[in-house]
Design a protein around this ligand. Structure first.
Ligand SMILES: [Zn+2]
Length: 603
């Protein structure tokens, strides 16, 4: 648990404009900053970042939040991770009230991260000293600039080089980094003496590729042999920091280029990523010695609409591509395009881009096969489509694959194409592979797109206070006496802002995160009035004083109704009679002026 006081002072210290601008280039627009929204596709900017509110808001898709929320949404960080990342940027130390129990016996993640960083600087320094490693990289066309950008290093030959780097080389903490290996002990026998467990460096005589997480922390390494030798690629094992099925090599460096191109290229090796970057193709990432996982794909499809798998042209490459296709089917969405680029059999992306250059690679990319084409071509190639038996076999293989597609439009089109290839009519295909009844969604459209104007005065007031916290001071306590959740939320939010006039919306949203107020606050932020009230032409003060007056009127007429009942029953005290007359007189003068809708309804 991170204490709320810390989160509040953190949000008081960071500037959301700096935070967002690190990932999305912002442009000044009046009092705010603007950009194309990173969370939905658009041609003109509706993503706005307000320095005074310390809040971002997209008026197109409704995405909004504070600096912590932005990091979570943009980088896929968890709440505590996002807070830590943010704290680092302003040099604040996150206090841990209760240490999160990690895996027993393992060192805490921050300690591991620090060790990985030490290893990185060691490997980088070694690269400068190794002519073999430098020659190897030069031979592959890697410049010093790209080597630095990707933090490339060299692990020299030798069994215990890291002993000189880490004073605690022998401890369990170092084992948890995955940088060292403990050999299996063997009890002695008649012919062989006993062998004790021995600790040695995992990476020896290899070019080192640090693997970074979304924050740029080193979480693992990949090492490539320089000459011949097996395995060609060696990765860090899974550690408390490193989970292979979730991480992608090069994503940290490629993120911006991926957004800009709205396309991500998935390759197999680190060297491919580095070589592509060397030739100006900066939107490539690699899986880390594992097949593509649904998690990888979901992550990438959040960043770009086009995902291109580019594997080696050999049989292994085709096999990897087919596996990626199978993973992609259930996560496909209409509007997203997954395609496959097959290089000539003798090539991998590294050799191809070195020979053909950026232009040649771009040309090949443009000819990548869409998933549907690859799917049917591959299946058709396995059978003889010229006869009925072949086509029946084709259908039998295609059916379960196509059935996995949830994207409505794509599913229809692929079923139609499958029928054409099998030479069946649409009716026959429908009979064989019934189209899915679309799953019933909780509501026809997400709340974000159908925005309802708020009705009640207290809801309107909450929107205005959220848009301009200064006005919280101008709402008198006595008009906030209503019962119910929206009244309680309004009172809480006003009290929060009143306590310290420097507080901003970003802080409020962190403060109420997870409480009952949070949901009502979200509704307020999605109200069209919030956007209106955020514009400089909108007179929030006048609107608030009008609302306060209307709340007073509503209160008065409720009170007058109560008093009238007492009068009619004959139980009213003298004070109550006087109060009733006073209210009646007030209402009479108000009516002669400009009656509010509430008053009009009383007439
Ligand atoms: Zn948006």
């Amino acid at each position: 648990m991170i204490p709320q006081e810390f989160i509040q002072s953190l949000l008081g210290r960071v500037d959301i404009v700096d935070v967002v601008d690190r990932y999305v280039k912002l442009k000044k627009a009046g009092a705010n900053f603007q950009a194309l929204c990173p969370f939905h596709n658009e041609k003109s900017p509706s993503f706005s970042v307000s320095p005074s509110k310390q809040f971002y808001h997209c008026f197109g898709c409704g995405a909004h939040g504070n600096a912590i929320g932005f990091l979570m949404e943009y980088s896929g960080l968890a709440y505590p991770e996002a807070i830590r990342a943010l704290a680092e940027t302003v040099g604040m130390q996150v206090p841990e009230t209760r240490g999160r129990p990690e895996k027993p016996g393992s060192a805490e993640a921050p300690a591991l991260t620090a060790r990985m960083l030490e290893a990185l600087s060691y490997y980088r320094a070694q690269l400068k000293k190794s002519k073999t490693a430098i020659d190897y990289l030069k031979g592959r066309g890697v410049s010093g600039e790209i080597a630095a950008r990707y933090g490339l290093g060299y692990a020299p030959d030798g069994w215990q080089n890291l002993e000189a780097v880490f004073t605690d080389y022998a401890t369990g903490a170092l084992r948890d980094t995955g940088l060292v290996i403990d050999s299996e002990p063997r009890p002695g026998s008649e012919n062989e003496p006993e062998k004790k467990s021995r600790r040695y460096d995992r990476f020896r005589d290899r070019v080192m590729f640090p693997i970074l997480d979304a924050r740029g922390n080193v979480i693992g390494f990949g090492g490539r042999v320089i000459g011949a030798g097996e395995p060609k690629y060696l990765n860090s094992p899974e550690t408390p920091l490193f989970e292979k099925g979730r991480e992608l090599y090069g994503l940290y460096q490629a993120r911006r280029a991926i957004r800009d191109a709205n396309q991500v290229i998935v390759v197999e090796g680190y060297m491919d990523v580095v070589a592509l970057a060397q030739h100006g193709v900066e939107n490539a990432v690699a899986t880390l010695g594992t097949a593509t996982t649904p998690f990888h794909l979901a992550k990438l499809m959040k960043l770009a609409d086009n995902v291109v798998f580019c594997f080696d042209g050999d049989a292994a490459g085709r096999k990897a591509a087919w596996r990626a296709l199978e993973v992609a089917l259930p996560v496909l969405a209409d509007g997203k395009v997954v395609s496959f680029l097959f290089l000539p059999p003798e090539d991998d992306p590294d050799t191809y881009v070195r020979r053909e250059g950026k232009e040649g690679f771009a040309k090949a990319l443009a000819e990548a096969k869409p998933l549907s084409q690859f799917l049917f071509a591959e299946l058709a190639s396995r059978v003889d489509m010229a006869n009925e038996e072949g086509r029946a076999r084709f259908l039998a293989e295609a059916r379960p694959l196509v059935a996995q597609i949830e994207a409505p439009a794509l599913a229809v089109m692929l079923r139609r194409r499958m029928g054409e290839l099998a030479r069946l009519s649409p009716e026959e295909i429908e009979q064989l592979v019934p189209s899915k009844v679309p799953a019933k969604r909780p509501s026809a459209a997400p709340a974000r797109t159908v925005r309802k104007a708020t009705q009640s005065l207290q809801q309107r007031l909450l929107v205005l206070v959220a848009a301009t916290p200064e006005v919280a001071a101008e709402v008198p306590q006595e008009v906030l006496a209503g019962g119910g959740a929206d009244w309680a939320a309004l009172r809480d939010v006003i009290a929060f802002f009143r306590e310290d006039p420097r507080r901003n919306l970003g802080q409020a949203s962190a403060y109420f995160e997870g409480s009952d107020v949070s949901a009502l606050l979200r509704v307020a932020l999605e109200d069209p009035l919030f956007e209106e009230a955020s514009s400089p032409d909108f007179n929030v003060k006048a609107e608030v004083s009008d609302l306060v007056e209307r709340l007073r009127e509503a209160q008065r007429s409720r009170r007058s109704d109560e008093l009238l009942k007492l009068l009619v029953a004959g139980t009213a005290t003298e004070d109550e009679k006087a109060e009733y007359r006073e209210i009646a007189a007030h209402q009479a003068t108000a009516k002669s002026g400009n009656p509010s809708p509430e008053e009009r309804s009383k007439l």
